[in-house]
Design a protein. Structure first.
Lengths: 454, 344
């Protein structure tokens, strides 16, 4: 108990908890808005192309959720921009020459673009031409994606740093191309954007199914439902392949993380794929292991008897095994569930031309399934990078600040309370908006229709 | 810049200077732009009716998000351009920064929730928006107080900073009221004139307090202002500031009669003059502090990142910042004129 208490007051532990809390909360919202921005653009361009009102109705409904999501992303993102410095001064002092320009380009090319044109996208219809409004929607979608590009370039560089040299303990860039397109970046970027697409499409499907269950069978609900289900069904197999490739990339550059993901303690040939186990760091072994012989060797090395390094190989330079092992299984499990549900739902929609009540209820339950997969995936990759902050360059402990533990504890308590409140408010308001749309028809957009026809 | 041993012809000399300028201008843009929408937030609780609140919110709706991005740019430049100072400054301001972030979060989301949550929750989100705006303004003022006292962390320092926080709330209220006078009509506009009047004196008190305190903190700053011929050349700054306060006072006493006659002439004067006061105060402050990021301890050259990293960002700034300013102006033009109900 005493040990636990001491641990809890360790400023590094507190700083990590706080940063993890902030970034976990933050990532929920951009993940949705990146995909939703493109979905909105799709609705908008369908409307412009076909002049069918239901596409505009879908746009009008989803743009409200987009605006709410965006606002939450902005405010939690501002918090992030401060915490890089307050919690991890060693990060900028050591790798500031790499991280600084990447962050600066994110602000310059993405933040202003999306924030400014969001105003026009939300409130500008009727004040600007239809073409300029569509352009604004384009720019907002581009802005959110550009933001992901820069921040994932930096994040990937922290996992697989390249294109730099260390001079007097500071990283100096030798090639910006190698920095940005570092070895894990193409995989991480693709994996993340598809994750965003899946999160967005399950949200679309879940909320539409919710309205459908409330007997709202209007054309815009069906259009959004179809869009969500079909996009999910197409993206999920691609995601599984990309995820596998990303895993191979991890095996090459961060073998300790991969060993923790797979729960492999001993370096061996013909490694089994561990389906279930309780990893024990004290005995450095798994309890209650259920495994398929040789399978891991096959999918990791494409050889049934291929050798894979175990955790013991890395001394104490390896991440905590339990969290990485479990987070990985949650992510994969959720991915497989998403595959089954999206394929079954698209089968029903495509061949039976109707959704069964049970499938609709499952879709509602999985409205935020993308979040679960995404957050556990991030825990795999970020906890898996420990003890490093920048792999092989800087450890997390070296980067921590000297801010008194009491101050961090106080701000952490504030943030956690705030985030719990905001998250529950967000989820309930999203469903409330759906319910209101069912009850009130489409009255909210009527006056805008008036403007359009005038 | 011989006294700092800096060669302005070398990239290591002029790049930090250029970035200090970009950071200062971003912060200036932030306090003016987010200042008016924080001010409108801090006035929200004084509005008479739900309709008035809706129009007040509508007047800032399309802009607040982009306004806050200037803070991200300003702090971003501090972080990437002057990492050492970023650690020291934000470390010293840890708790007020945390308070500001929580407050900004609350108001940012309340803005959306108030129209989307259940109707009976709306007063709660309005209150959240109001309190968030108030606390964010106050904590920014507190940080300003800390900055100009060189992060004096004792009772006197805290008291002074708290006082500046209090004054900044009223300064933002003045700016927000000026914005509402410009963007609204009828009863709300009349109300905004009264709000501006009631905020004027504490704004002046804040500007005065900072002007007196800054030279007292550092003998170097004192000499900068009060030696000859500097004193004569700098005199226009306080003189123009005083003149602008008088212009606002006169305008506020004349506007109600004009508005009553349906004449909108001069509705932009209080806002524009308040912006003028911001510009002059900012200039004065920058003159006092330059080139120190932490008074007499860390200057911009000591804190700067490597010239090559700054150069990479500099290209981006030169290329992109004009574009940002361009589309910002475009967005303001789109929503030019009196505010109407926002619906989407």
């Amino acid at each position: 108990m005493e040990v636990l208490f001491m641990d809890a007051l360790d400023p590094v532990v507190l700083a990590r908890l706080q940063f993890a809390a902030n970034i976990t909360f933050h990532i929920l919202f951009p993940t949705i808005s990146i995909a939703l921005g493109w979905f909105l653009l799709f609705f908008k361009t369908r409307f412009v192309a076909t002049n069918e009102q239901h596409w505009m109705d879908a746009y009008q409904f989803w743009v409200k959720i987009f605006a709410l999501t965006f606002a939450l992303g902005v405010v939690s993102g501002i918090t992030m921009s401060f915490q890089f410095g307050t919690n991890w001064p060693g990060f900028m002092n050591t790798v500031g020459n790499v991280a600084g320009p990447l962050l600066a380009y994110e602000v310059l090319t993405a933040f202003f673009l999306e924030a400014t044109f969001l105003g026009i996208m939300l409130f500008g219809r009727g004040r600007v031409s239809e073409g300029v409004h569509t352009l604004a929607t384009w720019l907002v979608a581009l802005g959110t994606t550009a933001s992901a590009f820069w921040i994932l370039a930096l994040n990937s560089w922290m996992h697989t740093p390249a294109g730099f040299e260390m001079i007097n303990g500071q990283a100096h860039v030798t090639s910006w191309f190698e920095v940005i397109f570092n070895p894990s970046f193409p995989y991480r970027m693709t994996h993340m954007l598809i994750a965003s697409g899946l999160t967005g499409s399950f949200l679309l499907a879940g909320i539409s199914a919710y309205r459908w269950l409330k007997n709202d069978r209007s054309k815009d609900v069906m259009a959004a439902l179809r869009t969500g289900v079909m996009v999910a069904a197409v993206l999920i197999p691609v995601q599984i392949v990309v995820g596998d490739l990303h895993g191979l990339n991890t095996l090459k550059y961060q073998p300790a993380k991969l060993a923790a993901m797979e729960g492999i303690w001993e370096t061996q040939k013909g490694v089994p794929a561990v389906l279930f186990a309780i990893p024990d760091k004290a005995t450095q072994s798994n309890h209650y292991e259920i495994a398929i012989p040789k399978l891991a060797s096959f999918y990791l090395t494409h050889d049934w008897n291929g050798e894979v390094k175990g955790i013991k190989e890395f001394g104490d330079q390896h991440p905590p095994v339990g969290p990485v092992f479990w987070a990985f299984r949650i992510m994969v499990g959720m991915g497989l569930l998403m595959l089954a549900v999206s394929w079954f739902a698209s089968y029903e929609l495509k061949f039976k031309n109707a959704l069964s009540k049970r499938t609709a209820m499952v879709l509602v339950a999985m409205t935020f399934a993308g979040w679960v997969a995404l957050v556990s995936g991030w825990y795999v990759t970020e906890i898996g990078r420990q003890p490093w902050l920048v792999h092989g360059v800087l450890t997390t402990a070296q980067a921590a600040s000297k801010v008194p533990a009491g101050n961090i504890a106080l701000s952490l308590a504030m943030y956690l309370t705030l985030y719990a409140a905001l998250l529950s408010a967000y989820v309930s308001v999203v469903f409330y908006l759906a319910k209101k749309a069912v009850d009130g028809g489409h009255e909210a957009s009527t006056d805008l229709k008036g403007i359009r026809h005038a | 810049m011989h006294e700092f041993g800096v060669d302005l012809m070398s990239p290591g000399g002029w790049l930090p200077l250029a970035f200090a300028l970009v950071m200062a201008l971003s912060m200036l843009a932030y306090v003016i732009l987010d200042g008016y929408d924080l001010g409108v937030g801090a006035l929200l609780d004084s509005a008479d009716s739900v309709e008035q609140k809706d129009i007040m919110i509508a007047s800032i709706g399309p802009f607040w998000d982009a306004n806050e991005t200037w803070l991200v740019l300003g702090v971003g430049v501090l972080l990437v351009g002057f990492p050492m100072a970023h650690g020291v400054i934000l470390g010293a301001l840890y708790l007020p920064v945390a308070l500001m972030l929580v407050a900004l979060s609350l108001r940012g989301v309340a803005f959306d929730f108030r129209v989307k949550a259940k109707a009976q929750h709306r007063p709660l989100w309005d209150k959240t928006f109001y309190i968030g705006s108030l606390l964010a303004s106050w904590s920014q003022g507190f940080m300003l107080g800390q900055l100009i006292t060189g992060f004096q962390q004792d009772t006197a320092g805290y008291f002074f900073s708290a006082l500046i926080g209090f004054c900044l709330v009223f300064t933002y209220r003045l700016l927000g009221a000026g914005w509402l006078i410009m963007k609204t009509e009828g009863a709300l506009q009349m109300q905004a004139v009264e709000w501006a009047k009631s905020s004027l004196w504490l704004t002046a008190a804040g500007v005065f307090a900072i002007s007196v305190a800054t030279p007292l903190v550092s003998p170097r700053i004192f000499d900068k202002w009060f030696s000859f011929p500097n004193l004569l050349m700098l005199l226009p700054i306080p003189a123009m500031t005083l003149a602008l306060f008088l212009v606002i006072r006169r305008s506020l006493s004349r506007l109600p009669t004009r508005f009553a006659q349906g004449n909108q002439y001069g509705a932009g004067v209080p806002f524009a003059s308040t912006v003028g006061i911001f510009l002059l105060s900012f200039y004065g402050l920058a003159y006092s502090l330059f080139p120190w990021l932490v008074i007499d301890r860390i200057n911009i050259w000591q804190a700067a990142s490597s010239p090559e990293a700054l150069m990479v960002i500099f290209y981006g700034v030169v290329l992109v910042l004009p574009v940002i300013i361009g589309y910002t102006v475009f967005a303001y033009r789109v929503f030019w004129g009196k505010s109407t109900q926002l619906r989407y």
